[in-house]
Ligand binder design. Structure first.
Ligand code: SF4
Ligand code: SF4
Length: 439
């Protein structure tokens, strides 16, 4: 069985991150495949639910990935206190001695790829290197489940996500890709609107504010979090970069706590958010530090959400600057053998303390799996839900499509991912960015 081909045909992309096409990721050699089920963003319950309810799918996907890259070992990494998931996984791996469980403490960002690799292998992935350079491949557990479905020729049509925050009953559920957020919210019983509430897509630390409540769920949406419009996390995201800059110039005392608690700094990667604050305040780019230390920021926002006592946003500054460099085509200079900070373990921030600091404790409630299917009358499926080029439509308006049918393909010779219909119906509209299907 050509697993790479099947992953490509099924449109499998990284379900827990930016959506890197899985068939490309699997096109390498490695000794170890790591299943990332660490799920470190507060309030999200997706990976723990998937591991608890579909442990055999996770293992099947992991075995397929291991076979494809030639790895003799697999590790499923998760948090020790995800008891339901751990029990289910223990049973699922019992007959596979080549797969082990790696149980982590509850800290943020345990699921960061470089942090995970360090925790499991004891080695820091240097800047400008891929996990395969250290002999490993990391895949989210949701991606592995999709890979396992892909092997049965079932493409990616739904996304499992958590609806949480200021909703009466947080839930985790499967949503057809392209479903408007508003449709999801109404069907799980949320009746608020954009005057009183705001939405953060993904986790509360790394997720982005979404002002358009009709925006679609994509293959990488991990959460729809609802917060009162006055919540600190919303205010921070709404503050314009210019006003954040002004505040930084006036207030930053260069205490460097943001750098001391930066997890990527602790890994030995030299990330130094206090330097960007200094450079911005002095309007002197020579104070920024080297390119690698800027590009190694993972935008976890721990510096903003936990470290800075003045409410400044060094994480946003780092992310802004990093994105500018990446847009300009700047790449990290490959490094070798990075040694972590000796105090790395002591710098880990417990998730519970982070939540208290971020004003999230009251929203930390179970989000059980909702078994019922949503009633979805219309989907707008984006042509780009992945890293790479937008997919190329292979249907036209008026076409009748069935669920799972290919509607957009990878452009010839490009990095991309196939896109499939998530509901049965008629193609009612097509733009350069999405295909709309009405049931
Ligand atoms: S941004 Fe905050 S934590 Fe960082 S140096 Fe300035 S005052 Fe200190
Ligand atoms: S967002 Fe802040 S804490 Fe996170 S990696 Fe970047 S600089 Fe470090």
């Amino acid at each position: 069985m050509d697993i790479v081909k099947l992953a490509e045909q099924a449109g499998v992309v990284g379900a827990g991150g930016a959506g890197f096409p899985t068939h490309v990721k699997l096109n390498c050699k490695a000794e170890l495949v790591i299943a990332n089920g660490a799920e470190c963003e507060p309030l999200l319950r997706v990976d723990q639910t998937l591991m608890q309810t579909q442990p055999h799918r996770v293992v099947e996907g992991l075995l397929a990935a291991m076979e494809t890259v030639g790895a003799g070992h697999g590790v499923i990494a998760t948090k020790a206190h995800y008891h339901g998931a751990v029990d289910a996984l223990k049973e699922a791996v019992a007959s596979h001695p080549q797969i082990g469980l790696h149980l982590m403490k509850s800290f943020y960002p345990a699921g960061d790829e470089k942090t995970l690799i360090q925790d499991i292998t004891g080695r820091t992935l240097p800047s400008g290197r891929l996990p395969a350079d250290l002999g490993c491949v990391v895949l989210n557990v949701g991606t592995l489940i999709n890979l396992s479905h892909g092997m049965e020729r079932r493409p990616v049509m739904d996304k499992t996500l958590t609806v949480g925050g200021a909703v009466e009953h947080p839930v985790t559920l499967d949503v057809p890709v392209g479903t408007p957020i508003q449709t999801v919210l109404r069907q799980v019983g949320f009746t608020g609107d954009s005057n009183s509430h705001a939405l953060i897509m993904g986790g509360p630390c790394m997720g982005a504010l979404e002002e358009n409540w009709e925006a679609p769920v994509t293959k990488t949406t991990g959460g729809i979090l609802v917060f009162p419009a006055s919540h600190l996390l919303v205010a921070r995201r709404r503050a314009m970069l210019q006003s954040q800059l002004k505040l930084a110039k006036a207030v930053c005392c260069q205490c460097s706590l943001c750098t001391q608690l930066c997890p990527r700094n602790a890994l030995g990667l030299g990330v130094s958010p206090h330097k960007i604050m200094r450079a911005m305040a002095c309007e002197d780019a020579s104070l920024l530090g080297d390119v690698n230390s800027l590009l190694a920021c993972c935008s976890c926002n721990l510096c903003t959400d936990y470290a800075c006592n003045f409410g400044l946003t060094p994480g946003a500054m780092m992310t802004e600057y990093k994105n500018r460099l990446l847009k300009g085509g700047v790449k990290p200079v490959p490094e070798e053998n990075i040694l972590p900070d000796e105090g790395m373990a002591l710098k880990r921030v417990p998730t519970r303390r982070l939540m208290a600091r971020m004003g999230l404790s009251e929203y930390d409630r179970p989000a059980p799996l909702l078994e019922k299917s949503l009633e979805v009358g219309r989907v707008r499926i984006p042509l780009r839900m992945h890293i790479g080029k937008p997919s190329w439509p292979v249907v036209t308006p008026g076409d009748l499509v069935v669920r799972g049918q290919l509607i957009a393909a990878i452009p010839q010779g490009e990095l991309g991912a196939a896109v499939h219909a998530s509901i049965e119906g008629t193609v009612s509209k097509m733009t350069r960015s999405y295909i709309e299907i009405k049931a």
